[in-house]
Design a protein around this ligand. Structure first.
Ligand code: UDP
Ligand code: MG
Length: 334
């Protein structure tokens, strides 16, 4: 018997498309999402599965999802044991996916499911990653748009793999890429960076990002700043380098200034003056030192978290449902 085969042995190779929906307290929008999503998937000539990841919702979301049915897609409803954050929920989804193409989509209908056929078409053309780039951000404040743009500029000036601007988590990944991402050992899952890291052949589709169907965004500014710091520190050591360069420059100027003071004292004596310059130098040095210690602290914190090797998420329950109508056009297409 041949053990080595060129065909990868996936858990369920019959599934072409996996759609991952991470959600947290979205009871008001989930029925609408499911209706629109299944309407799209039922039209596809491909077999598909929907993977709902409950990220520790405290409302009725999970009970709703467990009642969902679909004509042509199988449904997995995975419930995490608490709120681990969207990044972990997406990781859970990727690890439970079986499809040859995998799409991550928000539950709040900001990412229109109707674009799925277009994404699949790109994948069929041979692209491994299809990024969905927002053309406009409806329903977002001027301040949020500006801070997002500034953040992308900062991030891309610091990381090596280009992280596409205005591309959220809505995207298609080929099975190969998903397997590589699943194999990454790191705990700190900054997904925008992780999705960009493997490279591969990428396509970008522009789309209009709708406003949230209802409810409120789960990200406040405090969380967003945390995500930004995560993004930079988990994909770049440039802040450490900046700290080193800054330190060297300041040490050099301090040395030159010191020599000047010594020369001046030797030439003109030492009247007691210079309180302002002393204060300025002290405050500047103190501030920069604290900043650099803080930067180092961020990285040490990362190392601390990585060394603990805790799992990214814990699963409380999984429910699986087969499609109501079995998928028959497989042979026709083969
Ligand atoms: N989400 C999640 N866990 C969280 C926060 C959010 O799974 O801790 C889900 C949320 O239910 C939604 C998606 O992530 O499906 C995007 O969240 P949101 O709409 O709040 O973010 P935004 O669109 O404002 O970036
Ligand atoms: Mg949203």
């Amino acid at each position: 018997m041949g053990i080595v085969t060129s065909v990868p042995d996936y858990k369920n190779a019959a599934i072409t498309l996996s759609v991952i929906v991470p959600y947290f307290n979205e009871q008001d929008v989930l029925p609408e999402l499911h209706a629109r999503l299944t309407a799209v998937l039922d039209q596809l000539p491909d077999s598909s599965e929907i993977i709902y990841i409950d990220d520790g919702s405290t409302d009725d979301s999970l009970r709703l999802v467990n009642r969902f049915e679909s004509l042509t897609s199988s449904i997995q409803s995975v419930a995490l044991s608490r709120n681990f954050g969207k990044e972990s929920a997406m990781s859970a989804g990727l690890e439970h996916s079986n499809g040859l193409a995998v799409i991550v989509i928000d539950a709040d209908l900001q990412d229109p499911p109707e674009l799925i056929p277009e994404m699949l078409a790109k994948w069929r053309e041979g692209y491994d990653i299809v990024n969905m780039q927002r053309r406009e951000r409806l329903g977002e404040t001027w301040f949020k748009r500006q801070s997002a743009a500034a953040f992308y500029r900062l991030l891309n000036s610091m990381v090596k793999s280009e992280i596409p601007e205005n591309v959220g988590d809505f995207r298609l990944l080929a099975r190969e890429v998903v397997d590589h991402i699943n194999a990454l050992p790191e705990r700190n899952r900054y997904m925008k960076g992780i999705f960009a890291w493997p490279g591969f052949k990428q396509a970008t589709i522009q789309f209009q990002r709708d406003a949230r169907f209802c409810g409120e965004t789960k990200w406040n500014y405090f969380k967003l700043i945390g995500l930004a710091v995560d993004g930079i520190t988990s994909f770049s050591i440039r802040p450490l380098r900046i700290a080193t360069v800054l330190g060297s420059l300041i040490a050099l100027s301090a040395f030159i200034y010191g020599m000047m003071i010594v020369a001046k004292t030797m030439l003109f004596g030492d009247p007691v003056t210079g309180y302002p310059s002393m204060m300025v130098v002290q405050l500047a040095l103190g501030g920069i030192q604290l900043l650099c210690v803080g930067v180092m602290g961020e990285y040490i914190g990362r190392i601390f978290i990585e060394t603990k090797q805790r799992p990214l998420y814990l699963i409380q329950s999984i429910e699986q449902k087969q499609p109501q109508q079995t998928f028959q056009s497989m042979e026709k297409r083969a």
